[in-house]
Design a protein around this ligand. Structure first.
Ligand SMILES: [Mn+2]
Length: 427
């Protein structure tokens, strides 16, 4: 299944008149406020987000799973699904692989297929939070932090293997998220667990190719319920500092305790030049893995504002960021959910770019609390979607990705191709 050139052109033509009118009004309005809409469009057209190989099928909770059919049954079909997202949006040109859920078997064939689909390979992800058939040691009581050196060595070896796959596919980074921790007080020596984790990460860093980066993800709880070894951004930053210039902190929006000021974390990490990237999602209570921007769109805007401002202020000290989605889709069509996440991220990026940063800086200096709020909320409340549509027009994508997805009935076509019962590996 592929979006046909003909369907895409028909769709773009049908919406063009309305789009041109709306864009002209918006550009005029922005111009009168001293905001360069054209430059926002250029930024949006270059904005890229990696799609996780583990989030293309129906997700599940502890209580059940509700598949809708047409799920990709292998990595080739997953890449085909991502190509659909990319053809519709122009902003989803890469996949983030999860090993061993998606072990590439025939690498030359995979590379050829990905290239034909216009999809590249972003960060590879390791997995030591489950045991796999044939594995010698269990990760029941941890992996990189495990008390038994043989378990740690097995986990380090797994990371070397993941980096090896990434190298052969053209990836340039690995994301490490550990489930290591404890579920009961006293179960684990905090200090020793952290020390062992640091040693293991150093061994992995030593194996990284020169042009690679390692992203260290943190999370306060779950699957362990009393402590997590890498519980927060501070712990991740300590480890990234210890591992040197190739190591960075990764912020997953769902990996915080309720009401944490994530935008401030982003600012601090950028200040130190140690922010590697993001896993985007949204949540109400915990690590809910919901559609980006579905619960707290204002927070998403404030995070992007810190990204825009922080990257500029860092003057190249912080390398370009990796934007990835890490979501799970329990009741929505996974591809529709991802389209909504992409749209929300682009919109938040546009809103952040629509803030007059010189004026913001001035208002902050003179402590005009009221006008600061006006300035931020003005950018947030201006409907900037015509800029997104224009960016998509220019990259050859759809004016309204979700509408075209529905109009050509992608899911029904996928079900016809793949059937109802095929199950995608992943969350
Ligand atoms: Mn994540």
């Amino acid at each position: 299944m592929k979006i046909s050139r003909e369907d895409l052109e028909k769709h773009r033509e049908a919406g063009l008149d309305r789009h041109i009118k709306m864009l002209a009004v918006l550009l005029d309005d922005l111009d009168s406020r001293g905001i360069n809409g054209e430059s926002i469009i250029t930024n949006l057209a270059g904005f890229q987000v990696a799609i996780p190989s583990w989030a293309l099928g129906a997700g599940a909770t502890r209580f059940g799973r509700f598949a809708q059919g047409g799920e990709p049954g292998n990595l080739f079909e997953k890449i085909a699904d991502i190509a659909i997202l990319n053809d519709l949006t122009g902003s989803a040109g890469s996949v983030s692989l999860h090993i061993p859920w998606d072990v590439p078997k025939d690498i030359p064939a995979l590379l050829q297929w990905a290239e034909a689909c216009g999809i590249g390979f972003d960060a590879v992800n390791s997995n030591t939070f489950q045991d796999y058939p044939g594995q010698e040691h269990s990760y029941r009581f941890g992996s990189l932090s495990h008390a038994n050196p043989r378990v740690r060595e097995q986990a380090i070896d797994h990371h070397r293997e993941v980096i090896g796959y990434g190298k052969s596919l053209g990836s340039k980074s690995i994301t490490v998220w550990l489930a290591d921790g404890s579920t009961f007080p006293g179960q684990q020596n905090f200090r020793k667990a952290l020390e062992r984790t640091q040693d293991s990460l150093l061994a992995i860093t030593a194996y990284l190719p020169p042009d690679w980066r390692m992203f260290i993800e943190y999370k306060p709880y779950e699957p362990q319920f009393y402590s997590t070894v890498i519980q927060d951004w501070g712990t991740s930053l300590l480890l990234a500092e210890a591992c040197g210039p190739k190591a960075f902190t990764l912020v997953d929006l769902g990996h915080h305790l309720p009401n944490t000021n994530i935008e401030q974390i982003v600012a601090s990490l950028l200040w130190q030049g140690k922010l590697g990237g993001f896993h985007f999602n949204d949540s109400k209570y915990g690590d809910d893995d919901l559609t980006a921007g579905s619960i707290k769109p204002y927070q998403l805007f404030l995070i992007f504002l810190e990204i825009v401002q922080g990257l500029t202020a860092s003057g190249g000290k912080n390398p370009p960021l990796s934007f990835m989605i890490d979501a799970s889709h329990n009741i929505k069509d996974p591809l529709e959910d991802l389209l909504q996440s992409l749209e929300a991220m682009q919109l938040a990026f546009a809103q952040a770019l629509a803030v007059d940063t010189l004026r913001l800086d001035h208002l902050q200096e003179v402590q005009d609390v009221v006008q600061v709020q006006e300035l931020l909320q003005d950018a947030f409340r201006t409907d900037l979607r015509p800029l997104l549509r224009e960016a998509r027009l220019r990259t050859g994508a759809a004016l309204e990705p979700l509408q075209l997805y529905r109009d050509v009935n992608v899911r029904r076509q996928l079900i016809t191709e793949r059937g109802m019962n095929q199950r995608a590996s992943g969350l």
